[in-house]
Write a protein that binds this ligand. Structure first.
Ligand SMILES: Nc1nc2c(c(=O)[nH]1)N[C@H]1C(S)=C(S)[C@@H](COP(=O)(O)O)O[C@H]1N2
Ligand SMILES: [Mo]
Length: 528
């Protein structure tokens, strides 16, 4: 050893011992970033759906228990998925830092830990519905890259530390520079390659262009929205919900990209003639137009997980007839490209009086991606989770005692008709109104029977009948309004609906699980 070379480094005579745990944690983070970047790069090249970040996130969406899921939706609302991704990211970062420290102190524990992380990501990718034959390649190559990098970085770090402790300045300096050089290059390329690949992957998908170019045959029948279908009350929801405002509920972390030119619908199971249809086969059977209100089982009384749209589609009964379902079948399990499934009574799909459809258009345009492009199911009178499969690609005709759908083992009923409900849109709780003439108005639905009356009780007084908008049909919600002579003070407003069969909206309060909320909404309004 010559002190000469040592003094030629940028340090004086000695190189300080590194704060090992800190740099080791950083090495762990950089190695994990390299793992993801290499995986994203190869995902872009060979298997576009094999993104570890998204696959792990989706996997977690599926395994978290229901109460936790409900908590997430309550706390984060529509940002629940972003919150999940951030949570997964933070968890992974902590684990990666720990792996770095462990590799530094207890070689090869950290490398093994990172390897296990990579294996879990691989498993998450391979268990996603629609994983391609090469889906294993990106995460496996990424894991190899991450583990090799972690071993190299921590080796440098250890040598730097040992040499510094032994006052071997040249060796310490050499390994110190080596550590920072490799860390810097790896970190920078991981960010550039990883982010670049993910952005390119998302941006170059051609399905957006396919949707823009889609020309649907014109519908054979159209819905006439009657005069008087919309009441003119400020603060009242529109009778037809614009697509951009339509609630969205699904388990999909990223919206599936389904190209109509490769989309297929297969019908199998207890049928005499299994069939497979292309998108053109389907729409060429003839499109009809329907107005249907869709509701989520998670909608609380007074909530807004409900919307009404004019759909165009093909009656499911016509398509099922081609396959000839067998007599002892009682359920149809519909499946989405992302593996979500719904169990729908066969009779709800074949009944002549009930217009269950494969919808391809929503409010005059091809289905938005978030709402199931290119084909989704819409079944009047059933909650979405048992009927409204988006990105639908397969129906299995079966029996309730033989198969179960996504939400059935997660605490929800296998069958779930929509409970009649009514809600107040205006005045809003927390927004005081001035005394005098105040319209109390809201929405009510009773699919597929139709709403007969809506009644309002103020301060638990007599029920007063509200005025209804002219209904589009029995499958669509109606608006209602009651003119109120508001006196200063606080007032309770209670609302209830009655359907055309004379059933009154259920008064007893029920939680959303297992088959939908019930109860009469009672809101408190302040009048000044
Ligand atoms: N593929 C798929 N389809 C799905 C779901 C899902 O998670 N995945 N959720 C269902 C639920 S719970 C509801 S309420 C409706 C909501 O449809 P929307 O998002 O178009 O409003 O979609 C249904 N279809
Ligand atoms: Mo739902």
């Amino acid at each position: 050893m010559t002190t000469d070379t040592a003094t030629r480094t940028d340090e004086p005579g000695t190189v300080r011992r590194p704060r090992g745990w800190f740099w080791a944690a950083l090495a762990g983070l950089i190695s994990a970033a390299a793992l993801l970047a290499v995986a994203e790069l190869f995902a872009l090249l060979v298997a576009r759906a094999a993104s570890p970040v998204l696959a792990v996130g989706s996997f977690i969406v599926d395994i978290v228990p229901r109460p936790l899921k409900e908590l997430a939706i309550t706390v984060f609302g529509e940002s629940d998925k972003i919150a999940l991704l951030v949570g997964v990211g933070l968890g992974a970062a902590v684990a990666a830092a720990v792996a770095g420290v462990l590799e530094y102190r207890f070689r090869p524990v950290g490398a093994i830990l990172l390897g296990i992380g990579g294996a879990l990501a691989t498993a998450a990718i391979l268990t996603r519905a629609g994983a391609g034959a090469l889906a294993w390649l990106p995460p496996v190559l990424g894991t190899v890259a991450g583990v090799v990098l972690l071993v190299l970085l921590t080796r440098r770090l250890r040598r730097w530390s040992t040499a510094a402790a032994a006052d071997d300045a040249p060796t310490a300096g050499l390994n110190r520079r080596g550590f920072f050089l490799l860390s810097g290059i790896a970190a920078a390329s991981a960010v550039v390659v990883g982010v670049g690949a993910r952005v390119l992957n998302a941006a170059t998908n051609s399905v957006a262009a396919a949707r823009d170019a889609l020309r649907l045959p014109s519908a054979r029948s159209t819905v006439t929205v009657p005069e008087g279908a919309s009441l003119d009350v400020p603060g009242l929801s529109p009778i037809i919900t614009p697509n951009a405002d339509f609630y969205r509920v699904d388990t999909a972390l990223t919206v599936p990209n389904v190209d109509p030119s490769t989309w297929r619908l297969s019908i199998e199971g207890m049928v005499d003639k299994p069939i497979e249809l292309s998108f053109d086969d389907l729409v060429n059977m003839g499109l009809d137009e329907y107005g249907v209100t869709l509701t989520c089982v998670s909608n609380e009384v007074g909530g807004n997980l409900v919307g009404n749209a004019i759909w165009q589609g093909v009656p499911i009964r016509d398509v099922l007839r081609l396959a000839s379902p067998q007599g002892d079948a009682d359920m149809v399990l519909s499946e989405s490209v992302d593996g979500f499934t719904a169990s729908t009574p066969l009779s709800s799909l074949t009944d002549d009086g009930l217009d269950a459809i494969f919808a391809v258009a929503m409010n005059g345009e091809p289905l938005p991606f978030e709402h199931g492009f290119p084909v989704r199911m819409v079944v009047p009178g059933l909650y979405g989770y048992v009927s409204a499969t988006k990105w639908v690609t397969k129906l299995t005709v079966t029996r309730f005692d033989q198969m179960e759908a996504y939400w059935t083992p997660r605490g929800y009923s296998a069958e779930a008709p929509i409970k009649m409900s009514s809600r107040v849109d205006t005045p809003k709780i927390g927004t005081p109104v001035s005394a005098g003439k105040v319209p109390i108005a809201g929405m009510a639905w009773a699919q597929p029977v139709g709403v007969k009356t809506v009644e309002v009780s103020i301060d638990d007084g007599d029920w007063q009948q509200a005025t209804l908008s002219a209904p589009i049909n029995d499958q669509s919600w109606v608006q209602w309004v009651l003119e109120w002579d508001a006196q200063p003070g606080s007032h309770y407003i209670t609302v209830r609906a009655t359907d055309k069969q004379g059933n009154v909206q259920i008064q007893e309060a029920a939680a959303i699980a297992p088959n939908g909320s019930s109860g009469w909404q009672r809101t408190l309004v302040t009048v000044r």
